[in-house]
Design a protein around this ligand. Sequence first.
Ligand SMILES: [Zn+2]
Length: 226
Amino acid sequence: MTREEQPHVLVIAAHPDDADISSGGTVARWAHEGWEVHYVLCTSGNRGSADPEMTPERLGEIRETEQRTAAEILGVTGLTFLRHEDCELEETLALRRELSGLIRSFRTDVLMTHDPWARYRIHPDHRAVGFTALAAIVTAGNQMYREGLPPHTVGQVHLFQTDSPDFWVDITQTFDVKMRAMREHRSQTMHSGEAMMERVRHWAERAGEEAGVPLAEGFKSFIPRH
Ligand SMILES: [Zn+2]
């Protein structure tokens, strides 16, 4: 199978590190198998620091660099930083059209994003990105939106950070790569450090039990119907 025939996976996340923590093992596995995986970061996480000396401008740059390095470790093919303001994402038509343009231009077969229905996850950016990315699938497939690229139909959706997983990917072989990628997000892990790593291992073991393999990542998956 040539690279052009391999599935195109578009990962739309609110912040740097969201996709790596929730789906890094899956991304590494698929990238290793030759799938094209592209990351869209809606914000650069420029409010994610407790350091009083840190500025949003500097933090945004640091986190983009961390994300680029982590993505390279996982085998991600490309990244797009939309640089919206951290903690202030909303479900706007403008964001929907921005995302639908990216879905079209990447010829997305598989879309991964936050599960906006996950209970008790209160970060507004995660919900806003999840809902807007799903709405963007509808816009991307509608031929009456004639600006830019031709319409495109997404074949499969995997929602991460879900509390209702029904699809699991065995990440036993790629778990170490995921951990290496996660360690690159130093601005986020320098305080939580190994406790965070332990938590991620625990999640992978628990998902693995459900999947019947040592280590896994779980998603809520469906074929989008309008
Ligand atoms: Zn996040």
